[in-house]
Write a protein that binds this ligand. Structure first.
Ligand code: SAM
Length: 324
């Protein structure tokens, strides 16, 4: 088992398979950003599968592929198939912006992907374009339809509420999720990189006070994926709302995850700099024992908490670099 120095059990690894993205969401990758990792430094599928197998041996059972936009990585279903067949991998999920989903949903499902999160910040085409920098709305909607047709259930929609931009869209998004059986997850914008630092966050603690009576929401005791979201449910069970509140109520004391970037660097916290590079070891053909030791060493570096409120300028890494 992986236990950090604050007694937290780490059982969740998020793996970035690329730091590139076809969108430029205002709070994520800045317009004109060019500092992407060189393909020569990307971990191969062999390396990712090896790291997955080692983490699984050490008690990590949940894995999520992310990015950048993970569906831009060539032959991703092949990696998913290999990971899904790795001993100890119990839950394999993917976070995507949905623009390529219509093309890949069937292959992802067939390869063994269990769950999907799709990011969508509004149901108004012009608002989606303004936030994402591209007219991506139709593609995402078709992608969601294809994902449902492929058999994915309880798809989660990730929405970042931005004051003055898409707050008034939340009710429509709730109706959309109820109609389609999607779970809505609202995420407070985090000050990651200059783009994240320029984004105002919307306090979800305050929002739930309005949404709770309106939709008769009750705090859920169920586990919806083991992440940091607090879930609320409507009485008939036709709507589930997850709130991720790193700014208004941080949940670092229950943090169970670490992240690996496309170049094989383990990041121990989204909001801190501690890291450990696995790629040099993998490149040198390290033994399993050396890989295991490096992972333990990394876990010992995991900081107690982020400082998004106390020190918002601190992290210059954008979310897409760490793996969101
Ligand atoms: N490209 C994929 C997608 O859009 O879902 C996966 C990677 S993206 C970095 C993962 C999630 O991070 C998205 O839901 C996005 O909205 C969120 N995100 C990116 N930057 C963020 C920030 N500064 N604060 C909060 N969420 C952010």
């Amino acid at each position: 088992m992986l236990i950090d120095q604050f007694g937290r059990r780490i059982d969740y690894l998020r793996i970035s398979v690329t730091d590139r993205c076809d969108l430029r969401c205002t709070y994520c990758i800045p317009e004109g950003f060019t500092e992407f990792e060189k393909p020569a430094n990307w971990l191969s599928f062999d390396d990712i599968t090896r790291v997955t197998a080692m983490f699984a041996r050490l008690g990590v059972s949940r894995f999520r592929l992310t990015g950048g936009e993970p569906l831009l990585r060539k032959n991703l279903p092949e990696l998913i198939e290999r990971m899904a067949h790795t001993a100890g991998v119990q839950d394999l999920s993917l976070t995507t912006n949905g623009t390529q989903l219509a093309r890949y949903a069937g292959d992802l499902r067939h390869a063994g992907l269990n769950r999907l999160n799709v990011s969508l910040d509004s149901l108004r085409r012009e608002c989606v374009s303004a936030i994402s920098g591209k007219d991506s709305f139709d593609k995402v909607i078709h992608g969601l339809q294809a994902a449902r047709d492929a058999g994915f259930e309880r798809i989660k929609i990730n929405m970042v509420p931005l004051p003055g931009i898409n707050i008034d869209d939340i009710d429509d998004m709730i109706a959309f999720c109820i109609d389609n059986g999607f779970i809505l997850r609202l995420i407070e914008a985090m000050p990651l990189g200059e783009s994240g630092q320029q984004a105002d966050y919307f306090n979800l603690q305050a929002l739930i006070e309005t949404l709770q009576p309106k939709y008769h929401l009750q705090l859920s005791q169920k586990v919806y994926g083991g992440g940091p979201a607090k879930y609320w449910e409507s009485p008939g069970g036709d709507f589930t709302l997850g709130l991720i509140t790193p700014r208004s109520q941080h949940f670092c004391e229950t943090c169970n995850r670490i992240r690996m970037s496309v170049d094989g660097t383990l990041y121990l916290c989204l909001g801190q700099d501690q890291s450990l590079a696995l790629r040099p070891l993998l490149q040198a053909g390290c033994s399993d024992e050396a890989l295991e030791n490096a992972i333990h060493q990394a876990i010992n570096l995991k900081p107690q908490r982020h400082e998004f409120n106390e020190n918002p300028q601190k992290i210059i890494r954008i979310m897409a670099k760490t793996g969101g």
